[in-house]
Design a protein around this ligand. Structure first.
Ligand SMILES: [Zn+2]
Length: 344
């Protein structure tokens, strides 16, 4: 198994986050990169630098104007009257009732983001760009028969085609899926096991009959991302029935999660995809500081075993999962268990 990563991830290190009325330390810290990399290496994964495949695979998912905005935002910071500190952050957001694209940087920041969790800092573009490249390289490796884990930081599964959200800028899993589809000409499945709904992939592929999107997550009726992730969102047009949401109650543990996963994997088998992209959030872990589920280390190993037994070319894309003692243990257990299925 390979782990694709670059230390450009360390260049994006947001340090503060507005949560439940308070400014707190940003959970998606650069330290996650070192912790997750150590855990992947401990599982026996081989370190690989991603190749640079340029913007073309990214532009199969994201709009040109959004990509241009992210690439240029930091260098435009002098446009903001009075200057800025160490980051550009939007605090006013477009809604369906008012969504004209403004000219100025601060307005555009709100136009291209959904919340206050995705600042642009000096190293953000490099981290975002190279995380996408890691996802692309891992997708290619998986298709060549080499299971791969992309250590994407920042993560991606909340990002829309034209907007950042929930710590995410480029939707790395969606980019990997489109790249796999491009290379194989076949259908691809995305399985999202992060505790939060994979709303970005749902949005991107909602009418795409070539990509099955399945997300297992905490019921959004009182949990982020609140506005999507319900079980009656099933895809539309030619993709009707190809979006599946398992909105599980807070506190869901191994047994209930694995039961839903079994149904999800049956749906993937029926779809018969050429490749599988797993949006690997570890924030379903019982000790996760922002999580809501009770998945144990053994539970993560069992999840990985079920995925491995599906026997598909598989790439894992790092999503959520925040600093706690259990975080690296859960990743090591997950990747180790997956590799055991490949040795059979
Ligand atoms: Zn999450």
């Amino acid at each position: 198994m390979l782990v694709f990563h670059t230390d450009r991830s360390l260049g994006h290190d947001p340090d503060r986050y507005f949560r439940r009325g308070k400014i707190v330390a940003h959970p998606e810290s650069a330290e996650r990169y070192d912790v997750l990399l150590g855990a992947a290496l401990k599982a026996g994964a081989l370190s690989q630098a991603p190749e640079d495949n340029g913007l073309e695979p990214i532009l199969r998912v994201h709009s040109q104007d959004y990509v241009d905005f992210l690439a240029q935002a930091w260098s435009r910071r002098a446009e903001i009257p009075g200057g800025i500190s160490d980051e550009i952050l939007g605090t006013h957001f477009a809604k369906p009732q008012m969504h004209r694209r403004p000219v100025g940087l601060l307005g555009q920041m709100g136009y291209y983001t959904c919340d206050t969790s995705t600042p642009v800092r000096a190293g953000t573009w490099g981290a975002v760009y190279w995380s996408a490249q890691a996802a692309i390289s891992s997708a290619e490796a998986a298709l060549k028969g080499e299971p791969a884990y992309a250590l994407c930081r920042p993560p991606g599964h909340h990002a829309f085609s034209d907007a950042a959200a929930g710590f995410c800028y480029f939707n790395n899993a969606a980019i990997a899926a489109r790249h796999m589809g491009h290379l194989t000409g076949g259908r691809i499945a995305i399985l999202d096991i992060d505790v939060h709904h994979g709303n970005g992939a749902q949005s991107i592929f909602y009418e795409d009959p070539n990509v099955l999107t399945i997300s297992l997550h905490c019921d959004p009726s009182d949990y982020y991302p609140f506005f999507s992730g319900y079980e009656d969102e099933t895809g539309s047009g030619p993709a009707e029935g190809l979006n599946r949401n398992f909105a599980l109650p807070p506190g869901t543990g191994d047994e209930a999660f694995l039961s839903a996963l079994t149904t999800a994997i049956e749906a993937i088998r029926t779809f018969n995809p050429a490749g599988l992209v797993v949006a690997l959030g570890l924030d379903a872990g019982k000790d996760d500081p922002v999580g809501a589920f009770g998945i144990t280390e053994d539970g993560f190993a069992q999840i990985a075993t079920r995925i491995g037994d599906a026997g598909l070319p598989t790439t894992f894309i790092q999503e959520g999962g925040y600093l706690c003692d259990a975080l690296p243990k859960n990743l090591t257990a997950f990747l180790s268990a997956f590799q055991s299925t490949q040795a059979d």
